[in-house]
Design a protein. Structure first.
Length: 502
């Protein structure tokens, strides 16, 4: 019989008059991976913050290894061998790997207070080796890839003899190779009896590594299923309360005139002689492995990084884009990959974020018009179904899916000719994904050209008319939707395929 590590019963939590958790149930056994799923705003993060002592529950019980506990601080959760690896990693970049692993728990020479660097390096090396990592513990954390930093977070958890490990969207920014390495580590932790709570919107991962799945909706417990005894359709229905009949609702549209033409675009060391075009109403996907140059291409088109050479033509007019304002004036909009660092000002309101690239439209005689701003914000909130208490709510307090809608909304309000979407559905739930896909169809129908960058191959193949594949700053593959297969795309993404695609 498997030992039960955790039982959360009838957990409720309110913020002011808003009830965010209503008698939620969850349990975890030793050596299992238990998925926690639900739409953005379902209450998953709040439940996990209660488990980790960030929030205190209003009612209910938390039992850890058979004993009722009240976690009033993260240190109390840590003492109970509970650790959480957040989607936004919590490492300090200017410290070394070993300093991050043992931060606040440094090895010292007795009571002298002097740090025993040699022992700390040896111990860090031991935990890194357990994860199959060949990283020098004295390396600065800022020099590591996102995947390596995530492994350092896991090594830190191992060093605290963690028995309950929460993984929040752990693969969101990882390459396929790094995901495989992470899953190998998860398998090894299962053997050691570590119980893991796995939060992800990627259905394929749930069915690949999880044993059970618990679904939440609107702050309530919906149900728990063994992964081997359920299906993707059943989980989706539990999450959204209805069936989503078409996961990728791509529609066929008759394309119009050429909206974007790129000829010979080059950025030293990053992009090499890029040629392609997009027509009105067309959705072109840009696929490739991390580091292939996809985001760099988006930033060149948007003027964040000016190209060294090449020609960009928008709606038959050649444009010289050296900074973002020139891209906006040319009719180009960019929804960035990292919404929190690059797409939003989190402390500011929904209305102010939407106003930022639209100041001329919401101003009168050089001053922002409150009425115009409210009108524009109201339009975007209704069009994108943005859920917020009001237009004055800070964006940082919204769910991930609603934050993404605000980013999209502020650029839609500029009425772009070309909309660049860099990982538009990363970290959003399946219901919000469907809304974003429907919006893409709507914009394409209106004649907007869309360049979609995505690391999810099902999304690439399901929502595009054509697919361009990049490898090391070059376009190595070009497929119509009908021609594309995952094997063809991955072959081109690893350097094979046609280097003269256009």
């Amino acid at each position: 019989m498997t030992a039960q590590l955790l039982e959360m019963r009838d957990i409720s939590k309110s913020f002011s008059a808003v009830k965010v958790l209503d008698q939620v149930q969850f349990d975890l056994e030793a050596g299992e991976v238990h998925a926690l799923m639900g739409e953005n705003g379902a209450g998953k993060s709040t439940l996990m913050k209660i488990l980790n002592g960030v929030y205190t529950k209003d009612s209910g019980t938390v039992t850890v290894k058979g004993k009722v506990q009240d976690m009033n601080s993260p240190s109390e959760a840590q003492n109970l061998k509970i650790a959480m690896i957040h989607q936004e990693l919590n490492l300090i970049p200017h410290l070394t790997v070993m300093e991050n692993i043992f931060l606040g728990r440094e090895f010292t020479y007795g009571s002298t207070g002097l740090i025993h660097w040699k022992k700390m390096k040896q111990e860090a090396d031991r935990y890194l080796s357990q994860l199959g990592l060949q990283i020098d513990p004295t390396t600065l954390t800022s020099e590591l890839s996102v995947g390596q930093q995530q492994m350092v977070e896991i090594a830190k958890a191992l060093s605290m003899n963690t028995e309950i490990l929460v993984l929040d969207e752990p693969t969101a920014a990882l390459t396929n190779r790094e995901i495989d390495a992470l899953f190998d580590v998860i398998a090894s932790l299962k053997v050691k009896g570590v119980g893991m709570i796995y939060i992800s919107h990627r259905m394929e991962e749930i069915f690949r590594i999880c044993d059970r799945v618990t679904v939440m909706r609107d702050g309530k417990y919906v149900g728990t299923k063994r992964v081997s005894e359920t299906s993707m359709d059943e989980i989706v229905k539990m999450m959204v309360g209805r069936e989503i009949t078409d996961r990728f609702p791509k529609i066929d549209i008759e394309f119009g005139a050429e909206k974007l033409k790129v000829e010979g675009l080059t950025l030293k060391g990053k992009l090499h002689n890029i040629f392609f075009s997009i027509r009105a109403g067309e959705i072109v996907a840009l696929a490739g492995l991390m580091g292939a140059g996809r985001t760099e291409l988006a930033k060149v088109l948007f003027g964040v990084t000016p190209a060294d050479q090449g020609v960009i033509t928008v709606s038959s007019k050649q444009v010289n884009i050296r900074k973002p304002i020139e891209a906006i004036q040319a009719g180009i909009a960019l929804v960035t990959e990292d919404r929190k660092d690059e797409g939003l000002l989190l402390p500011m309101s929904v209305s102010h974020n939407i106003a930022l690239p639209n100041l001329l439209a919401v101003s009168k005689f050089g001053f922002m018009s409150k009425a115009r701003n409210e009108e524009l914000t109201d339009k975007m909130m209704k069009q994108l179904h943005i859920k917020a208490l009001s237009a004055n709510q800070s964006v940082g307090s919204l769910s991930g899916g609603n934050q993404q809608k605000v980013v999209i909304g502020k650029w839609l309000a500029t009425n772009p000719e070309l909309l660049i979407l860099d990982e538009p559905t990363r970290g959003v739930d399946i219901g919000a994904k469907k809304e974003i896909y429907d919006l893409m169809n709507q914009l394409a129908r209106q004649g907007v050209a869309i360049l979609m960058i995505s690391s999810e191959l099902p999304e690439v193949m399901g929502m595009s008319d054509r697919i361009l594949v990049m490898h090391e700053g070059r376009i190595t593959g070009h497929f119509t939707r009908e021609e594309a297969t995952q094997e063809k795309i991955m072959f081109a993404a690893t350097g094979g395929g046609n280097r003269d695609a256009s």
